[in-house]
Ligand binder design. Structure first.
Ligand SMILES: [Zn+2]
Length: 159
């Protein structure tokens, strides 16, 4: 009985007394390391939304680099086609890698629609990278990020 008590007391004394100090040192080291690293946020700047290449065909407008834009955004032509025609309020047709709008559309209109699409449907809101796919769950569309794994519901969905 007396022996058991003595062992317990010994065990208690054996705990390291400098535990707090080394944890603080580690925290300070981490802070110093973080301060020296470049801002990770700046990485989103390397992706540039492409400018639309337009050709006016009488009363129609051809988006010449539609195929390239789909590839860059990693979106199916159908997805971007539906978005652009709804956003610009005009009908259109897909003709080998081009989108032909049935009206005259300005450069500014298409460029701003592409920028909005990128911000709302392509860019990961968590890490800012463009390597994403769209996943539909019920009535909600999510942006699934290949870089960080986040799934974020799209901000404003056109129906
Ligand atoms: Zn991400």
């Amino acid at each position: 009985m007396r022996d058991g008590n003595r062992i317990k007391a010994k065990g208690y004394k054996a705990q390291p007394s400098n535990h707090m100090t080394s944890a603080n040192d580690y925290k300070q080291l981490l802070q110093r390391l973080r301060a020296g690293l470049p801002q990770t946020q700046a990485k989103s700047d390397w992706f540039e939304v492409p400018k639309a290449e337009l050709k006016i065909l009488g009363r129609k407008t051809s988006l010449e680099n539609f195929g390239d834009i789909c590839e860059l955004f990693q979106r199916k032509p159908q997805q971007l086609y539906v978005y652009l025609t709804k956003k610009l309020g005009t009908a259109g047709n897909l003709e080998d890698h081009k989108l032909i709008f049935n009206s005259v559309v300005s450069q500014t209109q298409i460029d701003s629609a592409l920028e909005t699409y990128y911000q709302d449907y392509v860019k990961c809101p968590v890490c800012g990278r463009p390597d994403t796919t769209l996943v539909k769950k019920g009535r909600v569309t999510y942006i699934k990020c290949m870089a960080c794994g986040a799934e974020s519901p799209v901000k404003s969905e056109l129906r």
